[in-house]
Design a binder for this molecule. Structure first.
Ligand SMILES: Cc1cc2nc3c(=O)[nH]c(=O)nc-3n(C[C@H](O)[C@H](O)[C@H](O)COP(=O)(O)OP(=O)(O)OC[C@H]3O[C@@H](n4cnc5c(N)ncnc54)[C@H](O)[C@@H]3O)c2cc1C
Length: 503
């Protein structure tokens, strides 16, 4: 039986301690040992469906959990049945006769929904393949990361959900295999997974980013590219505010030439101190992609510049000594940032997966962001930093870039996106300062969206307005998957109801 009950009803707190489920009954979905992935997910999906029916009979709502990382509390639901998926994490190769004509089976992998991004990345790299983007850490489950549109700063890529080519999703009424119109997997393969095929572009775009409100995702078909190397450059540089114009125009080459290498970068990230962002050095990270070669000298994640956690340790100081905020943040940036390898250091290389780490839990974390049209960056960024700093925001501000991401509810919905993140220690003042930023953007008429996983002060009216027709298409897909209102309510929670996704 792939689902086991974990103890009696009690409390469960998410990974970063931003929310607690009271009176939660916890269950775990676990991998089996079937030799073929399709057999294993057929067994798991059936037992998930039975579990959903039992939860409904017990008059309990359900909440599927990935790694529990989301600080927005989209993973929190009290008086519910929680389904931990973390141990449902096997990955399987796909054979040429499992796919429809014209599909490259070698680029695909069948992934159980609880596999961590890190585990998927490792499995792909063992096979000479790679993900082409992911978030700054890789300790989320693949399904959980896709559910909220997780992204990094690969400038020509979208979100992690763009890797998904097919989704198995389970509701009380059915086990569905969702693909785009053109199809991906053979009918025989889909039948062997115990699912009914649902080939429909709009449905597929809905389930690529379901925010945990469309059913339980049990398996994914993930696409990959040939493995590649990245050369990181990481440095602290004073950035001229004129450089924002280059970034807004997408002239990343010019930005790179000014602050790192005179080459086209594949990844550009800038972390600034919002207190005088152009007078104090910013933390810059660039990645340059190169073809794979086996003989590159191996480097540690630290040498590759992974992680910048030390910044989160300063919360109390920043809250208690407002007059020192700018200087303290700068001190933390310097101490906490793996400065280097810089341009003049001997180059180091790593695969995509080697340059990431799985992260350690942080209590009292504040995570928020806004995604804007990159073209607005030049006139918005300084204003955002000024408002945030004036009202006591006590985190660094990170700037990342990405193209339009797939999924009807993808926050990266502009053709070219700049994402401004406010990540660091939690305090009421920081949350209030972020709220002032949002008010100011609205007052200036700047279009923006917010991250589903972060503490972004979203509500149902705003979600409907931000996503417009795409939101209506997503709701229509939801009504097809979950035609009975009671089944839609089964996936509800205070947070998801508040976002207008489940009521
Ligand atoms: C330290 C830290 C760093 C981060 N870095 C980034 C970053 O660089 N870029 C970025 O974009 N985001 C980032 N995030 C946000 C993070 O990627 C998201 O919170 C992501 O959703 C976490 O995945 P998870 O597996 O923990 O999902 P959870 O938090 O467990 O769940 C997220 C949502 O998905 C649903 N869900 C999970 N599994 C399933 C399933 N099998 N079926 C159906 N629904 C499911 C849950 O019910 C919930 O609604 C970061 C968060 C933290 C805390």
């Amino acid at each position: 039986m792939p689902i086991v009950k974990l103890g009696e009803e009690g409390r469960w707190t998410n990974y970063h301690c931003t929310g607690t489920c009271d009176a939660a009954t916890r269950f775990a979905l676990r991998s089996g040992d079937a030799p073929r992935g399709r057999d294993e997910i057929a067994i798991a999906a059936k037992s998930v469906q039975d579990w959903l029916v039992e939860a409904a009979a017990a008059k309990r709502r359900v909440r599927p959990l990935g790694a529990g990382w989301s600080p927005s509390n989209v993973n929190i639901s009290s008086q519910s049945w929680l389904l931990h998926t973390r141990r449902f994490n096997r990955c399987f190769r796909i054979n040429a006769d499992d796919v429809r004509p014209g599909i490259d089976a070698g680029a695909l992998m069948l992934v159980e929904a609880g596999a961590l991004v890190d585990e998927v990345s490792d499995k792909l790299e063992e096979q000479g393949r790679s993900l082409w983007t992911s978030g700054a850490g890789n300790g989320q489950t693949f399904a959980g990361a896709a559910a909220t549109g997780t992204h990094g700063s690969m400038i020509a890529a979208g979100g992690i959900q763009d890797h998904i080519r097919a989704v198995q999703i389970v509701t009380p009424g059915g086990i569905h295999w969702v693909e785009p119109d053109v199809g991906v997997m053979s009918d025989a393969f889909i039948a062997a997974t115990g699912s009914a095929p649902l080939r429909d572009d709009a449905m597929f775009a809905a389930v690529q980013l379901p925010v945990g409100a469309l059913g339980i995702v049990t398996a994914l078909v993930v696409e990959s590219v040939p493995k590649f190397l990245v050369r990181p450059i990481q440095n602290l540089r004073k950035v001229d505010c004129a450089a924002l114009d280059w970034l807004a125009e997408g002239d990343f080459r010019r930005f790179s030439a000014a602050y790192a290498l005179d080459q086209d970068p594949d990844f550009v990230q800038m972390i600034v101190n919002p207190y005088k962002p152009f007078k104090r050095p910013a933390m810059l990270r660039f990645l340059y992609r190169e073809p794979w070669r086996d003989d590159y000298p191996r480097a540690t994640p630290g040498q590759l510049g992974a992680g910048y956690d030390a910044l989160s340790l300063l919360g109390r100081f920043l809250n208690d000594y407002p007059w020192a905020r700018g200087a303290l943040l700068q001190f933390a940036m310097k101490q906490g940032y793996a400065s280097g390898p810089d341009v003049d250091a001997p180059p180091v290389y790593g695969s995509w997966g080697e340059g990431l780490d799985t992260h350690r839990p942080l209590a009292d974390l504040f995570n928020a962001s806004v995604t804007i049209d990159r073209a607005d960056l030049a006139h918005v960024f300084e204003m955002v930093c000024a408002v945030y700093a004036r009202h006591g925001g006590s985190t660094v501000v990170t700037l990342r870039f990405m193209e339009r991401a797939q999924g009807l509810l993808a926050p990266a919905r502009f053709a070219h996106n700049a994402v401004i993140d406010f990540d660091g220690p939690r305090s009421q003042r920081t949350a209030d300062a972020y709220a002032r930023v949002l008010e100011r953007l609205d007052a200036e008429g700047v279009a923006f969206t917010r991250h589903w996983a972060k503490s972004c002060r979203l509500d149902a009216l705003r979600v409907a307005a931000d996503y417009g027709e795409d939101f209506r298409r997503w709701r229509a897909a939801q009504r097809r998957l979950l035609p009975d209102p009671a089944d839609r309510a089964l996936f509800g929670s205070e947070v998801l109801d508040g976002l207008g996704l489940t009521c």
